[in-house]
Design a protein around this ligand. Sequence first.
Ligand SMILES: [Zn+2]
Length: 167
Amino acid sequence: MALLNILQYPDERLHTVARPVAKIDGRIQTLVKDMFETMYESRGIGLAATQVDVHESVVVMDLTEDKSEPRVFINPVIIEKDGETTYEEGCLSVPGIYDTVTRAERVKVEALDEKGEKFTLEADGLLAICIQHELDHLMGKVFVEHLSQLKQNRIKAKLKKRQKHNL
Ligand SMILES: [Zn+2]
């Protein structure tokens, strides 16, 4: 296992659209393991392959404190969504920035697990929010891009300054 480097906003590579995984083989299983290790190490609850500069449709997630519910989504697609909810989101690629995003309240997602088995999951609450946040990454979208242009510019300036000073 290995810790992967997480791209930091506004890195352009975060805007890459992921391609579907063609074959779930050892390479993908290693990627999944490394993504979990990286996510747990960074104390995140979700991580998309895009964030570690692998542009394939893979997401890992675990909303628990004790790492007891690891979830893998390969080639995920949201097939239904309804309602509306807001939540103060953060992101491992946008460290220290939290802001309120409006998303669907409930989603139904179809995906493959790390063994290639297809599953459907109906989610609400934080799980639904996290799924939408991570699937956005696969489409090349970072959560701050749901905010106003003014806020995005401020966040960009703040992070660029911080990266320059290596803080
Ligand atoms: Zn994120």
